[in-house]
Design a protein around this ligand. Structure first.
Ligand code: SAM
Ligand code: SF4
Length: 318
């Protein structure tokens, strides 16, 4: 359906949990987070009700995220259920990839065709330092596994941080030489733990074009990324600049948090609680419809230098 700014909202991002098996420095506090009560977190059958209601309003695309979605049991069943809804034509996940090599086959069989894998460094020690817990080799295995299953194009998300991983831009670009992957550089956002790093490490993705003038822009249907290619390479490079070149006027998404609220805009504090309406299908549809229609026009990160949302990235899912 169209919101009041005329944007066609057809994409729902679902955060299934705020828990994670990593503690990325710009996302999660080092000591992790307090555990929530079970009743406060959406169960999969409640997620299914919200997805079903959203499809009646024109949602066609679902992304499962978190926290880390792969730590949840039964994700393959949720994906299979979602894939059985005829109006859904695209199901993807955003994951840190740590558990993906072992789970990819079952998830693919259940209906998952695409994955976005977060990978902020190709170097084992630096990857461990950024994620505070992760083993980069597990992520490499996950990428190989997804490629062998034909889950292409795989998108690799890199949060670009000056002085931390900007020395690896060239190595990430080289990954696209033989692999049909899209390496996507994302600007660090001043949200949650990211605020602590923003002043020191934020960097515009346009700098990549200055450092690598050989990159050639290509046509791509992505709404959020400008897509480039190194001539002759198999894969592509996406530049995502939520701050320096914001894409609010093309935004087609709403978000569902794991506590059952709809966030019409990532950076707005506005949330609509769906929990009271889960047993009344028509009311649920009406409330989501109103949330979509009233989606905020834009964020103000570029001037405020801080997100308005009170939520952390691990609660929203990116
Ligand atoms: N755990 C999964 C993962 O890391 O892919 C999914 C959830 S994570 C919150 C989703 C995406 O948000 C990741 O690509 C992560 O790098 C990104 N992210 C988290 N905090 C961020 C920040 N402050 N600025 C930019 N991206 C951020
Ligand atoms: Fe976990 Fe993803 Fe946040 Fe890293 S970015 S701490 S993997 S939720």
């Amino acid at each position: 359906m169209y919101d009041k700014k005329g944007r066609n909202i057809d994409y729902l991002r679902v955060s299934l949990t705020d828990r994670c098996n990593l503690r990325c420095i710009y996302c999660m506090p080092e000591d992790g987070i307090d555990k929530m009560c079970h009743e406060d977190i959406l169960r999969f059958e409640q997620v299914e009700k919200i997805i079903a209601a959203s499809t009646t309003l024109g949602i066609k695309k679902i992304r499962f995220t978190g926290g880390e979605p792969l730590i949840l049991k039964g994700l393959d069943e949720l994906i299979a259920h979602t894939a059985s809804i005829p109006l859904i034509n695209d199901i993807s996940i955003t994951t840190n990839g740590i558990l993906l090599a072992d789970m990819a086959k079952d998830l693919n069989k259940a209906g998952l065709k695409r994955v976005n894998i977060s990978l902020d460094s190709l170097k084992a020690d630096k990857f461990h330092a950024i994620t505070r817990l992760g083993d980069v080799n597990k992520v490499f295995s996950a990428i190989d596994k997804c490629l062998s299953l034909g889950m292409v194009p795989i998108k690799i998300n890199i949060v670009l941080m000056k002085g931390i991983n900007d020395d690896e831009i060239g190595d990430f670009i080289k990954l696209t030489k033989y692999m049909p992957i899209q390496v996507r550089f994302i600007e660090l956002m001043p949200i949650g733990e990211g605020i602590k790093y923003f002043d020191k490490c934020a960097m515009k993705v346009e700098e990549i074009l200055e450092r690598f003038p050989e990159l050639v822009q290509i046509e791509d249907e992505s709404r959020v990324a400008s897509v480039y290619k190194m001539p002759g390479f198999k894969g592509s490079i996406g530049l995502i600049s939520p701050i320096s070149c914001k894409f609010c006027s093309k935004c087609n998404r709403i978000r569902l948090t794991s506590v059952g609220t709809i966030k019409p805009c990532l950076h707005s504090s506005e949330e609509i609680d769906l929990m009271p309406y889960l047993d009344d299908e028509q009311k649920l549809i009406d409330v989501i419809k109103s949330a979509v229609f009233n989606k905020p026009a834009e964020h103000h990160l570029e001037t405020e230098r801080k997100s308005d949302t009170k939520r952390m990235m691990y609660q929203i899912g990116g």
